[in-house]
Design a protein around this ligand. Structure first.
Ligand code: ADP
Ligand code: MG
Length: 447
């Protein structure tokens, strides 16, 4: 809950406020109906209590849906040390107990792509929760979050994070038995072993892992034998305190054909989602990638790519690679004009034109009201907020001017429109439920 609350808070606070005051706060446990949090020192605690506690409380309550209290304590020891000592005493974690002299009995390949590490992963609001969860698991396998289930849309970094966990565990302990499998590869290997009567070998191999990473688990849905075998592998690993991490494009409940017993096991641990990145995160990812690949990418071009409708990071990377290739083949630096020219098919296609009418209809449907009411002057609360949101989105997502928007909202004065936009702008800095609503509407309109 705290990780999710943090990630929600990150979306509404400025980056600096967030990293200074909220990020250092750790989850310390629960007591009755109280979430115990820990600040690293008195200074931070006092400041957070004064300025951010109401927000934290609201955020936690919105997630727990109950009358949760929040108590902010001061960490007993500096957090680094607490962390390390708790790891040492965690005897259930056999990762640290692997005898470094004894080689792993079964030969296997880790299948890890060494490019995908935490260093090359850009953390932003959209993936912060999954990123924090993945790091926690990599630093403390079979600790608090087992299994870890990461889900999210295509090209949003699931495979990257999953692999990063494996790479980090191996970086800390070269002898750790880590392996990465797509669920298809798992299935193919199973089929082969069944055919050649090598099931002992199969079981031996998977059940001796310290860390098992399965990518795109949704593909085993509907495959009876594979689910059965995975179920036993899961149990064997879980019971011997070994970490399991899986990814999926959907929430466990939403995977059709997934056995109930597997679904419930996935819910034993932590489920973390990755959302489509916002523009800022997209720019940061592009910058990092350009830097790694030695591509000179001007800021305005990065912004141009990032503001294209695509939220699929793989597609963004594809655009960058294409620009890099054109630049090196022609010997010219990348410019905005070049980007426009080279990517004209992709970016124009993807930029969906949204009209005032579309927004009105969409917002009205969302709030279950009539478009006519949205355009009217009625001042009931149930109408005022949706109306302001719709106006705000029109200003934000279309090229319509204030007077244009006024016209289309039943002939309102342009100052009324300006007032609405300003009002929402102001509320957005405080009200993160509103922020979420607007983001949801925006995404819906673009998809
Ligand atoms: P998924 O498995 O969710 O479909 P991938 O993990 O394969 O997505 O990511 C697609 C590409 O985008 C990869 O090259 C990955 O390195 C890159 N990528 C995704 N998210 C990030 C991020 N936050 N920072 C850096 N690169 C990212
Ligand atoms: Mg993937």
């Amino acid at each position: 809950v705290w990780l999710q609350a943090q990630s929600n808070l990150a979306k509404v606070l400025t980056h600096q406020t967030y990293t200074t005051w909220i990020e250092p706060i750790r989850f310390a446990g629960t007591r009755n109906n109280t979430l115990l949090l820990e600040a690293p020192n008195l200074f931070i605690r006092e400041r957070v209590r004064e300025s951010y506690l109401p927000m934290i409380l609201e955020s936690v309550r919105s997630l727990t849906d109950s009358h949760f209290q929040v108590e902010l304590q001061i960490a007993a020891k500096p957090q680094e040390k607490t962390h390390k000592s708790s790891r040492k005493t965690n005897s259930g974690n056999e990762l640290q107990e692997v005898d470094p002299e004894k080689p792993a009995p079964v030969e296997f390949s880790t299948n890890l792509n060494t490019k995908y590490t935490f260093e090359t992963f850009v953390c932003g609001g959209s993936n912060q929760f999954a990123h924090a969860a993945a790091q926690s698991v990599a630093n403390n396998p079979a600790g608090k979050y087992n299994p870890l289930f990461i889900y999210g849309g295509v090209g949003l970094g699931k495979t990257h994070l999953l692999t990063a966990i494996g790479n980090q565990v191996l970086a800390k302990n070269r002898k750790a038995r880590v392996c990465f499998y797509t669920s298809e590869k798992f299935m193919n290997e199973l089929i082969n072993c069944l055919r050649y009567q090598k099931m002992d070998q199969f079981r031996n191999k998977f059940r001796k892992m310290d860390l098992l990473l399965i990518d795109d688990i949704q593909f085993i849905a509907g495959k009876e034998r594979t689910q059965e075998e995975f179920f036993h592998t899961f149990n064997a690993l879980y019971e011997s305190h070994k970490q399991i991490v899986v990814t999926s494009d959907k929430f466990p409940k939403d995977i059709p054909g997934l056995e109930e017993r597997l679904r419930s096991r996935f819910e034993w641990g932590l489920i973390a989602d990755i959302q489509p990145p916002d523009t800022e995160t997209k720019v940061a990812i592009l910058r990092k990638k350009a830097e790694n690949d030695g591509i000179l990418l001007p800021d305005e071009v990065a912004l141009f790519l990032a503001s294209s409708a695509s939220t699929n990071v793989r597609e963004l990377e594809g655009m960058l690679i294409r620009l890099g290739a054109v630049s090196s083949l022609t010997g010219k630096n990348i410019t905005l004009d070049m980007a426009r020219e080279v990517l004209k098919d992709i970016i124009v296609d993807k930029t969906k034109e949204v009209s005032v009418e579309m927004i009105q209809k969409y917002v009205a449907d969302h709030f279950n009201i009539k478009v006519a009411d949205l355009k009217s002057d009625k001042r009931t609360k149930a109408l005022v907020v949706p109306r302001q949101i719709a106006i705000y989105l029109c200003r934000d997502m279309t090229k319509a001017s204030y007077p244009d928007i006024g016209d289309k909202f039943g002939g309102k004065d342009h100052s009324t429109i300006i007032h609405s936009v300003k009002k929402v702008d102001k509320l957005l800095t405080q009200d993160f439920e509103l922020k979420n609503t607007i983001e949801t509407l925006r995404k819906g309109l673009l998809s």
